[in-house]
Design a protein around this ligand. Structure first.
Ligand code: SF4
Length: 334
């Protein structure tokens, strides 16, 4: 008999408060009005938080949405670099985050001092480089770069980099390798990766496919090459959403990205079945929580309420935000 599916806590994350989620949602709605605030939530945070947000989306969409906010306060339920981008694009607004410790293993894999030293070394060796950074980088790293890309606009931005420049792509080696393939541009790749996408095992995916022979595999380009090689559709979270909406025949999708992505996919196209990879392995009945991002999981309904109520923690303007702003604006908004 299969074992029951249990919602296991994620290592290092304190359990969600015992307050009634419906009470919390009511309080959040009331505080939004009282504090003149708008909530932005990434597709990887818990579904409850996405449901009470005014805007949901991937990094690119949310950065653009942040510029349309009319209230004086933005609450960003996501990870630190996303809150920074919202502040950089809206210096006059107060940007709060439910948990400032919500970081990103991918952003952490490229510290600004190491990047500056590597750029210096490459230039000293005679390389004429343009540095292209995935948006999952700190603002300090963005301030050292020429272009910022997301999985949604990467191809278009790479095409804008003059052909006579060598591209240094940071920090995601898997996305960089995928972009080399689709754009035909050779790049110098920073050896970073995301802890969530890195753990997908080909074995899990093949087993899930064997158990669901008619299924379609959709994978995020942050996944390693061996996963992308067996994917039917490769794309960022917005592309995934558009793809399932455009598919009218009920289909089983094996989803290789953060497991909370299934929430917006199901809301956009409820006619399909979505199976997280890795997820419930029907052969054993076991579950695996390693496709949950522990940083995104720091966002809880109680912390959203707390930061609205207390007006903190806040992303505070830093001197290097100015340079990062120029790069973000030309890359994402122009
Ligand atoms: S899923 Fe990966 S890339 Fe996204 S926030 Fe978490 S650690 Fe960073």
């Amino acid at each position: 008999m299969p074992l029951p599916v249990i919602d296991l806590p994620i290592a290092g994350i304190e359990p969600e408060s015992t307050e009634d989620p419906l009470d919390l949602l009511d309080e959040i709605d009331r505080l939004k009005v009282e504090k003149d605030a708008t909530i932005l939530a990434h597709y990887y945070v818990d579904g409850d938080i996405q449901d009470c947000a005014d805007f949901t989306g991937d990094s690119l969409k949310l950065a653009r949405d942040a510029t349309k906010v009319t209230t004086s306060t933005i609450v960003f339920a996501g990870v630190h670099f996303m809150g920074e981008s919202a502040k950089i694009l809206n210096p006059q607004k107060r940007v709060l985050m439910p948990d400032l410790l919500a970081g990103c293993s991918l952003a952490d894999s490229c510290p600004p001092d190491k990047l500056a030293a590597f750029q210096h070394k490459l230039r000293a060796e005679g390389h004429d480089i343009a540095t292209v950074a995935y948006i999952n980088t700190s603002a300090a790293v963005k301030s050292l770069c020429d272009w910022i890309v997301t999985s949604g606009n990467a191809r278009e931005i790479i095409d804008r980099v003059p052909k006579d420049k060598e591209i240094l792509f940071v920090p995601d080696q898997h996305l960089g390798r995928y972009l080399e393939e689709v754009t035909g541009r050779k790049m110098i790749l920073w050896p970073g990766s995301c802890m969530v996408h890195e753990v997908f095992s080909l074995q899990d995916l093949i087993r899930a496919k064997k158990n669901n022979p008619e299924s379609v595999v959709i994978a995020h380009p942050e996944c390693p090459q061996n996963i992308l090689a067996v994917a039917d559709v490769i794309g960022g979270t917005e592309k995934m959403r558009r793809h399932v909406m455009a598919t009218t025949t009920p289909t089983t999708f094996l989803v290789a990205t953060e497991a909370n992505m299934i929430h917006p996919l199901r809301a956009a196209a409820p006619q399909h079945t979505y199976i997280p990879v890795p997820g419930i392995m029907t052969s054993t009945g076991e579950t695996c929580a390693c496709n949950r991002c522990p940083h995104m999981a720091r966002n809880t309904l109680a912390k959203v309420r707390n930061c609205l109520r207390d007006g903190k923690p806040e992303i505070v303007w830093q001197p290097f935000f100015e340079k990062a702003r120029d790069v973000l604006v030309k890359s994402l908004l122009e």
